[in-house]
Design a protein around this ligand. Structure first.
Ligand code: PEP
Ligand code: MG
Length: 540
C-alpha cells in the first residue's frame, strides 16, 4: 500500500482500478511530398473534420457542464480558423514541400511556445489550447480515432495532465475520478471536474506503473491510496456507502425551508456564472441567486455585450427564478479576469490595480449600459444588484447617483423599469473597517471571502506556491466577518457571504451564530448546507 499526497479539487471518494492515460504523443515524421495541392487538400479536409468535432464537443459540453465551461471549445474553433496559424501551415507545405502532419505539428509547437513566453497569464494558458488543437488535427491526418474510450469497467484515470477537451469527451459513466500531476485548482479541467461532480486530485506524481492497480481517491484529505490493504479498503468502502446514503438523504431536503431550529430564516442562495447554470440552481433547489458573476457575459465575447443582450440575460434569470431573489454583481473585470477589447494596460500589481468598480466609475459608458439593462430587467422579477471591490462611501454615493440619473432618463423617455435592492461586496479590509458607514448607504452586504482573505492576509489568491497559507479560517478573516455582520445589522442592512468560505460546512454553525443572514454557494453545495441550517440552534 502506498499513499500519495495531492490537492483535492472536489470532496468525495472514488474506489477502483487506475487507468494510466497517456496522450501517446503522436510521433510525427517529416516527409517530403510531390503534390503540394493534394497535401493542402488533405490539410483542409482534416481541419474541417476537427471543426466538426469541436462543434460536437461544444454541444455535448453545453448540455453537460453549461455555457461558461463549454466556451473553451468555441475558443478552440476560433483558434483553428486563425489566419496566422493557417498561413504558417500552408506556407510550410508549399515552400518546404513537406507533409501536412509535420507542418501542423511544427506550427502548433511554434505557436504554443510563443504563447507560453508571453507575459500575460491569459495568453500563457492559451499555449495548452493551441497544442490541443494541433494534436487533434495531426490525429485526424493520422487517421486515429479521437475517442474518450475508457474500456468496459469504470476507472480512476491517472494522467500527467488533462486538457478540457479530453475531460469532456470521456464517458462519465466510466469515470470514477481522476488524478493528475499538473494543472492548478483554477484550471478549466478542475472547474469541469467540480461541475461534473467527479472526485479529483491534482499534484499527484503519476506513472505508467500505476496502470491497473486498485486505488482510492480521498477527496477530503487529498490522498491517493494505491494498493490499499484489506482493512483500508473496507474502511473506504464503508465511507463511500455512507457518502451515497448521505447524498440520497439530501434529496429529501428539496422543498424544505431554510430555517434554524430556533426559527431564523436563512437565505440559501446559489452562485452562477451565466444563465446556462440556472438548471443546476433549480435542480438543487436554491432559494435564489446570491451571486451572478456578470463578467462572464463580457468574457465570452469579442466585443462589449450590448444593453439589449444584457437585458435578455438578466431578464431570463429574473423570470426563471419566478419572484425569488436574483443578485447580479456588476462587472468585475481586471486582475485575473482579462478581456482583450477592454485594452487594459499591463500592471505590476493587477489584483490591487485597475479593476471592478474602479473601471466602471472611470469608464462610465460601460457601467451605464449595464445598469440600464439591469433596471429594465428588474421589471420582470426580484432583482438585486451589487457592486464589487468597494473601498469608500464616496464610491457608493457616485454609483447611487448614476442609478438615479438613469431612472430619470427612463422616466423622461417613458421606458419601463423596475426597482432593485442595492448592495455591495465586502471584500476589502477597508470596506470592513468602514462597514458602519457603508451600511447606511445600502440594503445589503455580501462578503466576498475569496478576495477578503487575499487582501487581509496579503496573499495573492492566484499563487499556487502560497496555497498552504492562504487560510480563509484565519482569525483575522473571521473577525472581519463578525464585524461586518454587527455593523450591517445596526443599520438594518442584511449580510451574506458569497465567497467560497460560505460553502464550508465546518463553519456554517459559526456563521449562523454570528448572525449571517444569507449564504450563497455553488449549486451542488446548497442541500448539504440546508441540512446544517435545519439542525442548528443559534441561541445558546
Ligand atoms: C470573492 O472575492 O469572494 C467573490 C465572491 O468574488 P470573486 O471570487 O468573483 O472575486
Ligand atoms: Mg471578489
Amino acid at each position: 500500500m502506498k499513499r500519495y499526497a495531492g490537492k483535492s479539487i472536489l470532496k468525495g471518494i472514488a474506489i477502483g482500478k487506475i487507468l494510466f492515460y497517456s496522450k501517446g504523443e503522436q510521433l510525427v515524421q517529416r516527409k517530403s511530398i510531390e503534390n503540394v495541392a493534394a497535401e493542402l487538400e488533405r490539410f483542409e479536409a482534416a481541419k474541417n473534420t476537427a471543426a466538426q468535432q469541436l462543434h460536437m464537443l461544444y454541444e455535448k459540453a453545453l448540455k453537460e457542464v453549461g455555457e461558461v465551461n463549454a466556451a473553451i471549445f468555441e475558443v478552440h474553433s476560433m483558434m483553428l480558423e486563425d489566419d496566422d496559424f493557417n498561413d504558417s501551415i500552408k506556407n510550410m507545405i508549399e515552400s518546404q514541400k513537406i507533409n501536412a502532419e509535420y507542418a501542423v505539428a511544427a506550427t502548433g509547437d511554434n505557436f504554443a511556445k510563443m504563447f507560453a513566453e508571453m507575459d500575460d497569464e491569459y495568453f500563457q494558458a492559451r499555449s495548452a489550447d493551441i497544442k490541443d488543437i494541433a494534436e487533434r488535427v495531426v490525429g485526424i491526418l493520422h487517421g486515429s480515432q479521437n475517442s474518450g474510450d475508457l474500456g468496459d469497467e469504470p476507472v480512476i484515470l491517472a494522467a500527467k495532465d488533462l486538457a478540457p477537451s479530453e475531460t469532456v469527451q470521456m464517458d462519465k459513466s466510466k469515470l470514477l475520478g481522476f488524478v493528475t500531476e499538473l494543472g492548478s485548482a483554477n484550471s478549466h479541467t478542475a472547474i469541469l471536474a467540480r461541475t461534473m461532480n467527479i472526485p479529483a486530485l491534482i499534484g499527484i506524481q503519476v506513472s505508467e506503473e500505476l496502470n491497473g492497480k486498485t486505488a482510492i481517491i480521498d477527496g477530503v484529505t487529498g490522498e491517493l491510496i494505491v494498493d490499499p490493504d484489506a482493512e483500508v479498503l473496507r474502511e473506504y468502502e464503508a465511507k463511500k456507502q455512507e457518502e451515497l446514503r448521505q447524498r440520497e438523504l439530501l434529496q429529501e431536503l428539496k422543498g424544505k425551508e431554510d430555517v434554524t431550529l430556533d426559527g431564523k430564516h436563512i437565505k440559501l442562495f446559489a452562485n452562477i456564472g451565466s444563465v446556462g447554470d440556472m438548471a443546476k440552481v433549480l435542480a438543487n433547489d436554491a432559494d435564489g441567486i446570491g451571486l451572478f458573476r456578470s463578467e462572464f457575459l463580457y468574457l465570452e465575447k469579442n466585443d462589449y455585450p450590448s444593453e439589449e443582450e444584457q437585458f435578455q440575460a438578466y431578464k431570463t434569470a429574473a423570470e426563471t427564478m419566478a419572484g425569488k431573489k436574483v443578485i447580479i454583481r456588476t462587472l468585475d473585470i481586471g486582475a485575473d479576469k482579462q478581456v482583450d477589447y477592454f485594452h487594459l494596460d499591463k500592471e505590476d500589481n493587477p489584483a490591487m490595480g485597475y479593476r471592478a468598480i474602479r473601471i466602471c466609475l472611470d469608464r462610465q459608458e460601460i457601467f451605464r449600459t449595464q445598469l440600464r439593462a439591469l433596471l429594465r430587467a428588474s421589471a420582470y422579477g426580484n432583482l438585486g444588484v451589487m457592486y464589487p471591490m468597494i473601498i469608500s462611501v464616496d464610491e457608493v454615493r457616485q454609483i447611487k447617483k448614476i442609478v438615479e440619473e438613469l431612472k430619470k432618463e427612463f422616466d423622461d423617455s417613458g421606458i419601463p423599469y423596475g426597482e432593485f435592492e442595492q448592495g455591495i461586496m465586502i471584500e476589502t479590509p477597508a470596506a470592513v473597517m468602514i462597514s458602519d458607514l457603508l451600511a447606511k448607504e445600502v440594503d445589503f452586504f455580501s462578503i466576498g471571502t475569496n478576495d477578503l482573505t487575499q487582501y487581509t492576509l496579503a496573499i495573492d489568491r492566484q499563487n499556487a506556491k502560497l496555497d498552504n497559507i492562504y487560510d480563509s479560517h484565519h482569525e483575522a478573516v473571521l473577525r472581519m466577518i463578525q464585524m461586518t455582520v454587527e455593523n450591517g445589522h445596526r443599520e438594518n442592512c442584511w449580510v451574506g457571504i458569497c465567497g467560497e468560505l460560505g460553502a464550508d460546512t465546518t463553519l456554517t454553525e459559526t456563521f449562523l451564530k454570528m448572525g449571517v443572514d444569507e449564504l450563497s454557494v455553488s449549486p451542488s453545495c446548497v442541500l448539504p448546507i440546508r441540512k446544517i441550517i435545519r439542525s442548528t440552534k443559534i441561541a445558546d
